[in-house]
Design a binder for this molecule. Sequence first.
Ligand SMILES: Nc1nc2c(ncn2[C@@H]2O[C@H](COP(=O)(O)OP(=O)(O)OP(=O)(O)O)[C@@H](O)[C@H]2O)c(=O)[nH]1
Ligand SMILES: [Mg+2]
Length: 360
Amino acid sequence: MKTPEDQIKELEEEIRKLPYHKGTERHIGVLRARISILKDKQLESQNRKSGGGGGYAVKKQGDATVVLVGPPSAGKSTLLNALTNAESKVAPYSFTTVSVIPGMMKYKNAYIQILDVPGLIEGAEEGKGRGREVLSVIRNTDLLIIMSDGERIEAIPRIQAALERNGIRVNKRPQRIRIKRHLNGGLTINTNIRQDLDRDTIKDIINQMGIKSADVYLEENITVEGLLDALSKNRVYIPALYVVNKADMGLPKKIPVELESGFIKMSADKGEGLAAFQESIWKALGLATIYLLKPLQEVNHDNSMVVKVGMTLKDVMNEIGTEFSEGKTKAKIWGEGAKFAGQEVSLETKIKENMIVRFI
Ligand SMILES: Nc1nc2c(ncn2[C@@H]2O[C@H](COP(=O)(O)OP(=O)(O)OP(=O)(O)O)[C@@H](O)[C@H]2O)c(=O)[nH]1
Ligand SMILES: [Mg+2]
């Protein structure tokens, strides 16, 4: 019997041989759907094998979790030690770190957990070493730092590609596709937006993924990739920052396209660029600090709280103790976001970094 790996290889080979144009689009779409199903099955069985009791299971702690990945000797442990209380072994040879080392970074009242993981992602697909477990740690993080040095900058897109092959979408968002499944009635495709893909192609792909009856709403111009992602259970979407370490040794000569939108330079062992890096983490995680006042308290910065950008005052109220908010229906705000000191606002108001709030 053919293994799933063989089947995937055969299907990929078939796609490679086909020219891509309108006439083959539908057939290629179906083949890609079949590959997607096989890969999902692979991922599921690997996750089962590596799940439960693995030595890498690290409890998530703090306000958010960040994972450092990169090729061996990029300086991941050096960086972790510089930012946190951790003491991860640093050495001038590869694969020094062999398990997940957690550290806690305090920044602007927030506790951010940073995990230093072994440089095992490339090759993880072949089930090598404990790469599988590293991938499962990455799947559960809030932010990824992909780190290399100037000489090996191409390791960054290579690692990103390896993550993508494992269903981890880096710096992407899911396409806007909604699927309402039914027991019968066939497939209907609903959209107000011009689609590059034919309806028949879209229907064939959805059918191939095992959905025979559903109302499908396409709220943007979808791609085959986006559709397959929406139909798969295994996709995660993780924001990432790119870091080029060892800037003291020189910067890369050629910048890969993935990094054209920006990257962070630093020298972890000289402590250069670390403050800007911390601020980038804070922004990428969408964290903000607000200050809460008790009912009769004067304006002060005593009670800080770490929240997520985009939260409303009502969301904040639902997260805090009653001493600040019991029976309250509105709020007064000071500082950032307030038109004047003590402005009265509704609970639908969105928080801003450094806002001072009293519920009334
Ligand atoms: N020149 C220079 N060397 C650095 C810098 N940061 C780290 N190093 C050195 O690079 C080597 C590897 O650093 P580690 O922190 O052990 O690297 P790692 O990424 O944790 O490596 P593995 O655990 O093997 O994956 C050590 O000799 C560090 O002293 C830097 O900013 N500049
Ligand atoms: Mg290390």
